[in-house]
Design a protein around this ligand. Structure first.
Ligand code: PLP
Length: 388
């Protein structure tokens, strides 16, 4: 049994290879530090990987969401329907447009993605878009949500922050390519990471042009164009932002992209093992279905504690045994800045019962066993039973 002095197994860890570090270091030596040839290269590589026409690299997924909502025509007074179980950025970026995020419920403990029926019930004349989040890399129902959007003349935006290289059922088509725009995050703990970064993917030429323009103050040319003598001056065409990514990060991403599939395969193997073990435990379950794991990017390993009262004491007991855990996510409508809406029972239940276990491609089997042991022991102590 752990005594609190065992090496901590973190929720998440990142290990860069020498080649990846060299790619960033070479960029530093090159003397060109922001949006230039490395950014262009990464955009081409990522568009090819996704199978979409345009990939616009930006400073974060939050920035990509803001640009996607603007491209969908979201303006002050409009509404965008987003799930209550997501990172707050999905909703915050709606407010950047002066619009109101309308929170919809998720399907339940077995499926932490948007419930299309609940979404349908929340569509009003002010609704402009629906944002589907692919929780942990498991596909939201992009087909039904897309149909709803078509029926009501809305834009489907995908928050694919968790989901690079993931797919929907019965299709090879990558998530992030179903909507008007797909938004990706390269934040440190994401599946493909560089520290801070994001990307907007789209097949729509106008959406891509808007994102390219607004990410750099809606100027008619960038410093890289001027450096290459393409343009002497510039005009400013609209209200833009500084949402640029820099070259060392773009180089790091381009260097890491080729191992993305390999890393996801390692994540899937760990998730299969977690799920098999958890299916034999009383008092805890794993959302989504086993066959969905092969289509998911497996960003995190979510579990649901049957008795939500036990979750925090269980987390404390696991931490005593050197295992870090987290909660993805608290429900947005229970945050101070988003309070006042109606109750969303499934989201509230998820917010109280969800417990996220450590998951990263280099998690050793022995460490995964320690996580499971801490889960088993903590649960059995709290439930006053013997381990299953
Ligand atoms: C991480 C995350 C974001 C924000 O990504 P940043 O790159 O940190 O801005 C948005 N949505 C979801 C679902 C996320 O997990």
């Amino acid at each position: 049994m752990g005594d609190g002095r065992e090496r901590l197994i973190p929720l998440f860890d990142v290990e860069l290879t020498t080649e990846e570090i060299e790619a960033a270091a070479d960029t530093l030596r090159s003397g060109w530090l922001t949006m230039g040839p490395r950014t262009e290269q990464f955009e081409q590589d990522f568009a090819a990987h996704l199978g979409c026409r345009h990939a616009v690299a930006v400073s974060s997924c939050t920035a990509a969401l803001h640009l996607a909502y603007l491209a969908a025509g979201v303006r002050p007074g409009d509404e965008v329907i987003v799930p209550a179980i997501t990172f707050v950025a999905t909703a915050a970026a709606v407010r950047y447009c002066g619009a109101t995020p309308v929170l919809a419920d998720v399907r339940g403990e077995h499926d932490l993605n948007l419930d299309p029926d609940d979404v349908a019930a929340r569509i009003t004349p002010r609704t402009k878009a629906i944002c589907a989040v692919h929780y942990a890399g498991f596909a939201a129902d992009v087909v039904r949500l897309g149909e709803l959007c078509d029926e009501h003349g809305l834009a489907l935006i995908e928050d694919a922050a968790h989901a690079p290289s993931a797919t929907a059922p019965e299709s090879e088509r990558k998530l992030g390519t179903y909507g008007l725009a797909g938004c990706f995050s390269f934040f440190s703990n994401k599946v493909l990471s560089c520290g801070e970064g994001g990307l907007l993917a789209t097949d729509d030429d106008e959406v891509a042009a808007l994102a390219r323009s607004r990410r750099s103050h809606a100027m008619t040319s960038g410093t890289w164009d001027r450096h290459r003598g393409h343009s002497a001056g510039y005009d400013v065409l609209d209200l833009g932002f500084n949402y640029r990514i820099d070259e060392p990060r773009a180089a790091l991403l381009a260097a890491r992209l080729p191992s993305l599939e390999h890393n996801i395969a390692a994540r899937r193997e760990l998730v299969h093992r977690y799920r098999a073990e958890i299916s034999g435990l009383d008092g805890v379950s794993a959302p989504f279905a086993d066959e969905e794991v092969e289509r998911s990017s497996c960003y995190v390993m979510p579990t649901m504690v049957e008795d939500p009262e036990l979750r925090e004491p269980l987390r404390a007991r696991m931490l005593e045994r050197g295992v870090q855990t987290s909660v993805l996510y608290p429900a947005i409508h229970e945050f101070t800045a988003y309070a006042g809406g109606e109750s969303l029972p499934h989201s509230e239940r998820v917010a109280r019962a969800e417990l996220t276990l450590p998951l990263f491609p280099t998690l050793a089997e022995a460490d995964q066993e320690r996580v499971l042991e801490a889960l088993r022991e903590g649960l059995s102590e709290l439930r006053g039973t013997v381990p299953a």
